[in-house]
Design a binder for this molecule. Structure first.
Ligand code: ZN
Length: 246
């Protein structure tokens, strides 16, 4: 048995039995992990509603030893519940999407401190209602970068030359290829150069809000890219589209 304390964000929860809850945490120093919270739905004293998706807390955890992947939650202290975003559907949808994205891009026991900090900062931004619609694209690009799935928007993923006026996007080749290389990517789809430029700019740290149409095309492209890498569409994408992003 090994007891440790770590900062954690609650990625998701599943109720178990009458009183318990299984929680997937994204911890700062131990990465993603699953923990069993006995009596979480009854014991107000120990958990006091803290084990909800999106809550940032300090968790005392007990690992159950070798071969036992699930930890036990001993105690939690809420650092921030981000309660203000919880009464606005589009903000909830974006938060749930970011949590799901982080859960799916990471693996148990592999720390991603930069991603942890980025997720925490983005939830805070949503909570303060300061996250403009372009900020979600930036978060997705950062999340992909920190987990090693970064798509390339410039230069051409194959010949490393300029992507030119007729770029194609191909998730399998990791990004955008130029017209001359396009015969080598039969599944590549044409992407307007403005979209490629906008994404390359965001990737490089530009903070310019994108026009709605450009944003929609960029989102579509990232959706395809992320679904390709994860082998499926994230569940929260449909919810986010349903309630609207802006
Ligand atoms: Zn090329």
């Amino acid at each position: 048995m090994d007891r440790f304390v770590d900062e954690a964000l609650v990625l998701s929860t599943v109720d178990y039995g009458d009183a318990d809850r299984i929680v997937t945490f994204f911890t700062r120093d131990h990465g993603r992990l699953t923990a069993f919270a006995a009596g979480a739905r009854k014991s107000k004293r120990r958990f006091a509603g803290a084990l909800e998706a999106g809550t940032w807390l300090k968790a005392s955890l007990v690992s159950r030893g070798a071969g036992q992947e699930t930890c036990r939650v001993d105690k939690v202290d809420v650092v921030k519940s981000f309660h203000r975003l919880r009464d606005d559907l589009p903000l909830i949808a974006r938060a749930l999407y970011c949590l799901e994205l982080c859960r799916e891009l990471t693996r148990d026991g592999q720390p991603h401190v930069e991603l942890f900090e980025a997720l925490k900062d983005y939830l805070a931004l949503l909570d303060e209602r300061k996250a403009g619609p372009t900020s979600l694209l930036k978060f997705e690009l950062d999340a992909l970068q920190y987990t090693g799935f970064m798509p390339r928007f410039s230069p051409c993923a194959l010949c490393h030359g300029p992507t030119g006026p007729q770029p194609r996007f191909d998730a399998q080749h990791g990004g955008v290829v130029c017209f001359a290389c396009s015969p080598r990517v039969p599944h590549g789809v044409f992407v307007p150069p403005a979209v490629v430029e906008a994404l390359a700019g965001l990737q490089a740290g530009a903070r310019v809000p994108l026009a709605p149409e450009l944003r929609a095309r960029a989102r579509e492209l990232l959706n395809v890219f992320i679904a390709h890498h994860l082998g499926r569409q994230l569940k929260s994408v449909a919810f986010m589209e349903q309630v609207g992003l802006d």
